[in-house]
Ligand binder design. Sequence first.
Ligand code: GLU
Length: 513
Amino acid sequence: MEKNVRVRFAPSPTGPLHVGGVRTALYNYLFAKKHNGTFILRIEDTDAGRLVPHAETYILESLAWMGITPDEGIVEGGPYGPYRQSERKDRYMRYAMQLVESGHAYYAFDTPGELEDMRERLKEARVITPQYNAITRTSMKNSLTLPAEEVKERIESGIPYVIRLKVPRKEEIRLNDMIRGWVMVHSSTLDDKILVKSDGMPTYHLANIVDDHLMEITHVIRGEEWLPSAPTHVLLYKYFGWEESMPKFAHLPLLLKPDGNGKLSKRDSQKHGFPIFPIEWQGQDGEHLIGFREEGYLPEAMTNFLAFLGWNPGTEQELFTEQELIESFSLERINKAGVKFDINKAQWFNQQYIKAKPDDELAEFLFFYLEKAGIAASQEKVARVCNQLKERVTLIPDLWQQGCYFFVAPEQYDQNIVNKRWTVEATNVLSAYAQALQQRTESLSAAEASDTLHQVLEAQGVKIGRVMQAVRLVITGVGNGPDLMEIIAIIGKEETISRIHNALKQLENQVKI
Ligand code: GLU
């Protein structure tokens, strides 16, 4: 019988989680849900020197924003906890000792200076990547070269040491990656990785393998940058005697710069002015990075966008609800090749999701800006405004930027349109329109606003095309936007009349004959 799927997202809290990390979390999540499995969040924080304050909170908040909810984790708890590696410290040493005892790991006492000398020596001998390995270890200070008595003495007297993995000299290491197929690496290219550091803390390699085993992880889905570590991990599984239950590996393709030249980085975000972090990051060093959330992306649009960064369903369909993603997702349909990061695609997804979102939900976002500007408005009005704007906006703040005239009368008018369209004919129509509107009720419909205008136009013998932009100008200050009659219906009769009078007065001297 197949084992229950158990996958984990295992970030190190060393800084803000970048969009590639969010994608890894999402793929793990989708895979778990698809197989009725368990999605685990494990925090890998054993490298104390690289920890960044708030990074863990940032990870939690980012996942919460995206709706990627762990089944087990540092907040949820669970039967395999604790889920923070720093709280599992005592376990790792035991496992390292197991390897030392079985002859697959050893103590090494080399000082930083001695290691540096070794590297220098190898460089002089034209070794391209100097490594601590099956050959070099024979001339270094470790439990394989020193007499057993001396090793014991050194350890007992508290001389610092590390524990290294004893990588065999000549062995082909094979792993069958679910995305890349068979990956073969010769052990001579690997170094004797440190498993336990001189402060007694495990390195990533040891802690990661021990925890994946103890947490009964069935699939390791992670970024391609971890592929070079995978052969070391395979060796560890073998030496622990856990080969039978070794998880399946799936290394996700790299996210590339928009031009495809290299890995997507923070610099690209700054250079092109687009976010690559899920939410805002405020670093201790004063660094401030804007997130997709603050830029006005909807989390459901981000989910759809990120799902497609490296995976495709094999059909033309692009818009997927989370449930549809769960149903269609498969590791087999993830591509090997790196994926270019295309912000236009993210914008396109966002537009589609804004368009499809119920007016009342969009209103929540617009209320945020209204409150900031100290403007009170009814839920009904704000929802109607959203209904008018949602076909036209790309990002959430556009609702306010493009729609502020629904709430505040324009103080300035687009000068280009004034120059072209502010004619005697237009001002005459507008005066008459203001007068005709007086006969209407306050909450007139768009159809009534339109009928009234047409009556005026007919009476004055003017074609609508000649004055329409001027009418829009006085109501909104700008030359384009949603249906003008709907705008009038939303702002109401009194406000419309008052805006017409304001404009007639303010632009009095600019009328073209
Ligand atoms: N802690 C590693 C990271 O920060 C986890 C890599 C893995 O998933 O094995 O990405």
